[in-house]
Design a protein around this ligand. Structure first.
Ligand code: ADP
Ligand code: MG
Length: 311
């Protein structure tokens, strides 16, 4: 096997890397949105071995809406929809990366692959008792009552809720390690991974979604990542976000982060899981975790933008 001493960088791309808030999400928009972050990642391949993980919220939401709008074909469970989005987004990232590497003249040195990724969850995870993660389209109250799954009233209207259990382990971690050793760029754990339960010697998919930041942190630990970068649509982590006294931070310790989390500065479903993911990774490994804008991937890796979480 080739010897490889380059550090490993994991970049977790937010769902907004493909569909920005307020956009329709046409395929042209999605490719356009990917260009800037992927160009920066392509440049970083000179210095780092790279893993890319990504969200799938808007894409899986669209697939769910399509299912709701059509009775002519059988409906598919959520885990199959997650697998579909890993394929579609993996393809979009790969083809953009190919173009950007060619522009850099780097295309012959780099191999890449998108990997369907299973993530094991615990069937006794308390999240299964209280499905609370809203997914998919908005329904009227009347329609919601006719649906075969639990729904919840959200700010937008009634939405389906599913369990969001914690990631236990990434099933393909050995494959990913080998691919890293061979200098592959690996795109994996899309949408937090396909959630599976392991019973005895068999796996079965479950109707749940895993948070992509927590799944990325688990993967980062399991494959010995050196830098864990969570790339999103804000410049970093703020206190009093959205208020008059909002203050973006350049760094915070894991203790401060946990305290601010408990004080409500980082809501569940957006900044909360990113903070938990970064804290978990830094505490377990002592390596670098940064939360930054997808526009600033290169400078965040250099340490000149974003928010660094330190021990
Ligand atoms: P992603 O698709 O990248 O996972 P999310 O929408 O889940 O993005 O999380 C990023 C969002 O978190 C930002 O757009 C911002 O509106 C929100 N947010 C909430 N609290 C904070 C905070 N304290 N600091 C920064 N952003 C925050
Ligand atoms: Mg998110």
């Amino acid at each position: 096997m080739m010897k490889n001493n380059k550090q490993i960088l994991l970049v977790a791309l937010g769902g907004n890397a493909l569909i920005r808030k307020g956009q329709k999400g046409t395929v042209d928009e999605q490719f356009e949105n990917l260009t800037n972050p992927v160009r920066q990642i392509a440049k970083l391949t000179k210095t780092y071995r790279i893993i890319i993980t990504h969200g799938n919220g808007p894409q899986v939401g669209n697939l769910m809406l399509k299912q709701e709008s059509c009775d002519a074909v059988p409906k598919l469970p959520l885990e199959i929809l997650v697998a579909q989005t890993q394929g579609q987004i993996g393809y979009m990232i790969e083809s953009t990366l190919d173009t950007e590497l060619m522009h850099l003249g780097n295309d012959t040195e780099h191999y890449f692959v998108s990997l369907l990724s299973y993530v094991v969850v615990d069937k006794n995870d308390p999240a299964f008792l209280n499905p609370s993660k809203p997914v998919g389209p908005v329904f009227t109250k009347e329609k919601a009552q006719t649906l075969p799954y639990p729904t919840k009233k959200t700010a937008k209207g009634y939405r389906r809720v599913v369990a969001s259990p914690l990631p236990v382990t990434i099933v393909e971690k050995r494959e990913i390690k080998k691919l890293m050793d061979m200098n592959f760029i690996v795109i994996c754990c899309g949408g937090g991974g396909i959630p599976v339960i392991r019973e005895g010697r068999s796996f079965s998919g479950v109707d749940a979604v895993i948070d992509k930041d927590l799944a990325s942190a688990r993967l980062a630990e399991e494959v010995d990542v050196d830098i864990f970068l969570i790339a999103t649509d804000v410049q970093g982590v703020a206190l009093n976000y959205g208020k008059k006294n909002q203050e973006f931070l350049r760094s915070l310790t894991t203790r401060q982060a946990t305290r601010f989390l408990a004080q409500g500065h980082f809501p569940p479903g957006s900044m909360g899981p990113k903070i938990e993911a970064a804290v978990q990774f830094v505490r377990k490994t002592g390596k670098r975790a940064v939360i930054a804008s997808i526009e600033d991937i290169e400078s965040a890796v250099e340490g000149t933008s974003g928010t660094e979480i330190v021990n």
